[in-house]
Design a protein around this ligand. Structure first.
Ligand SMILES: Nc1ncnc2c1ncn2[C@@H]1O[C@H](COP(=O)(O)OP(=O)(O)O)[C@@H](O)[C@H]1O
Ligand SMILES: [Mg+2]
Length: 302
């Protein structure tokens, strides 16, 4: 599947204001259709680039300790600032697969989420970091990692912030589809930036890939809405008929093509006899699992 040309699909413009990444995708925008289900002010075509931008980290600035995976704030050779999610963190490269697949699905569904890039990390950039845990993580993560466009001045979501029911419903629907357990009141992984709601941190989604087993078990599993911070603000059933047709084999294939082969291949440090044997087989398996869950929507919708 890799190597397909960039094609347009319907989604609103929700990208951050980083010119360099905008140009990487907008140059392909062409005459794509608009998102019929999106609010009028968001109706603007965007394009899924056929590849994620590739950049190189030039300086490690500081660790971000709010969550569990110890992402690092870094500068990169495109003059941008990025949050790096490291391959050497607790859940390994599979968490980064989930970040890309779910982050790009979110973007396609009109959910604001920061731009992603593949970022080369040389352990030398962590050499001056006093914290040994950080040094060890950066050293373990030498090579390609995931860069998330840093949203400067963003703050964590609070209930006093007004959210449109449709925006909330789209996030809840996607989280239920990918079984995201990381959008609770205690740990929302939602940021407010430029007076808009932004979704981050999708590494805990698609947890079937940590121990491949029954596709039906994933497809049919109910979702725990009582633990979702937005569940009372947006009803996923209300947007199901709009969103379901957008997540076809075509979109799934293009999103999965953005993931580097090395993160999809079997991980020798975490043997799993049922894991797909090649990156190509893994792409097919992810698409099948997600399609099976879409087909079983009555089992997990509220
Ligand atoms: N793109 C971003 N822009 C601004 N802050 C971010 C961004 N990504 C993450 N953060 C901050 O870093 C924290 C940890 O990042 P997160 O992706 O949630 O990782 P973890 O896996 O550790 O929970 C977040 O709670 C948020 O405060
Ligand atoms: Mg988090």
């Amino acid at each position: 599947m890799a190597g397909t040309e960039g094609q347009d699909y319907a989604a609103p413009s929700v990208r951050s204001n980083r010119p360099k990444l905008l140009s990487a995708t907008e140059s392909l925008a062409g005459d794509s259709p608009e998102c019929p289900s999106c609010p009028a002010q968001q109706r603007r075509p965007i394009t899924l680039s056929p590849v994620l931008p590739r950049i190189t980290a030039t300086a490690y600035l500081t660790p971000l300790r709010e969550g569990g995976s110890l992402p690092g704030l870094v500068e990169a050779d495109d003059d941008g600032t990025y949050v790096v999610k490291f391959t050497g963190a607790g859940q390994g490269p599979k968490a980064l697969v989930a970040e890309i697949v779910v982050g790009e699905l979110a973007r396609a569904l009109g959910i604001r989420t920061p731009e992603l890039a593949l970022i080369e990390v040389n352990p030398e950039i962590g050499r001056r970091e006093p914290d040994e845990e950080v040094q060890e993580l950066v050293t373990k993560s030498a090579g390609t990692n995931l860069g998330v466009d840093f949203l400067p001045g963003s703050v964590g979501y609070e209930r006093t912030f007004t959210i449109a029911a449709d925006d909330a419903a789209r996030i809840v629907w996607l989280d239920a589809l990918v079984a995201n357990v990381d959008r609770s009141v205690r740990n929302t992984n939602l940021l407010i930036w430029h007076r808009q709601l932004w979704a981050i941190d999708h590494g805990a989604c698609l947890r079937f890939h940590h121990s491949w087993g029954s596709m039906a078990a994933f497809a049919d599993a109910p979702y725990n809405y009582s633990d979702h911070v937005l569940a009372l603000l947006g009803n996923p059933r209300a947007v199901h008929d709009q969103l379901r047709p957008l997540v076809g084999r075509d979109l799934l294939g293009r999103v999965l093509d953005l993931v580097p082969d090395e993160w999809l291949s079997p991980d020798p440090t975490r043997p799993d006899p049922k894991a797909p044997g090649t990156a190509g087989a893994a792409r097919l398996a992810y698409a099948e699992y997600l399609t099976a869950r879409l087909d079983a929507a009555d089992r997990w919708l509220p």
